[in-house]
Design a protein around this ligand. Sequence first.
Ligand SMILES: [Zn+2]
Length: 323
Amino acid sequence: MYKAQFADPSKETVKAMAQAQQRICAGPWYAIPTIALQRLRAVGFPTEFPDVSVLARAAQLRLVASLPSFFTLFGQAKAALDSEECILDGLRPTWVQTTAIFRMERNWVTAHGLRNIRVTIRENRDKRNFQKQLYRLLHGNGIAEELVAALATRTTNMLKRDCRPLVEAICHRIAARTLCMPPCVRASLLRTISNGWVTSARLHLPWSTCRFGCSHSAPDALQHYVACPRLTQPLAAYLDVLPDSPGPDYLYRLLDPRGKDNTHVLVDYLHNDIAYTAFNAVRNDARTTPATAIGARLKTLTRRSPEVRRVLDPIRAFEAASA
Ligand SMILES: [Zn+2]
């Protein structure tokens, strides 16, 4: 990262950073798109992974802004290269334009054209957070087009229908400050709309049956698990979640926040979270039953989150917390 103050990272560096970020997430493949990992703050997470390309631009801006002699040196170098001597003697090869000083100057001119960056550079007094401020301005705070596009592609492939409006609605609802939702519930929702559960269907493995053993015809697939009777029946004791029809339509309705109040949205996303946790518990330990996994997850959530305690039946929540 030290070199990134002077030069943009190579394609190989960007790829290596993306792979490292994916490994930290412990996904077996790019289970959550890298663009989503780098824009977690936009959808209400307290932190996110850095985008190394944007970080390099912010570092270069910080360096130029903190070097009073930069433009004097740049002017001298440019004047020397523009001199008749250099031109006549052919001493100005094209690679000169790609050197650090020229790239930093171009980056500065481009970024300086943006009003908010200009104001930050002029008025910044807190030198410790200068680069961080520049990074946030360059990266943007809102829900980026690329984030919605990356997630919508995954959800569309999973549900075999156009899910862009759905994903847009989910992103805006979970970003709203009025919706209080624990970060772990946000994380499992992100995993679901990224189609990132480790099922046979997702990994394109030979067809296998539901891990909860509900039926010989039920597939090992995300769309089935959120509506699997082995899971929803014990869960219905705590949440109003009994699906009328299992399958992709039910998952679409479960994820769709449009026309629902915040409590309803939280209940539906809790359902998704508990299904995801129970699925992983059973996948990692065949002796665990869905009911045990549900109890353990409820116990954790009710202890950690006042929002979850509020939407659960108080007596059942107490039982789950003290079980
Ligand atoms: Zn099942």
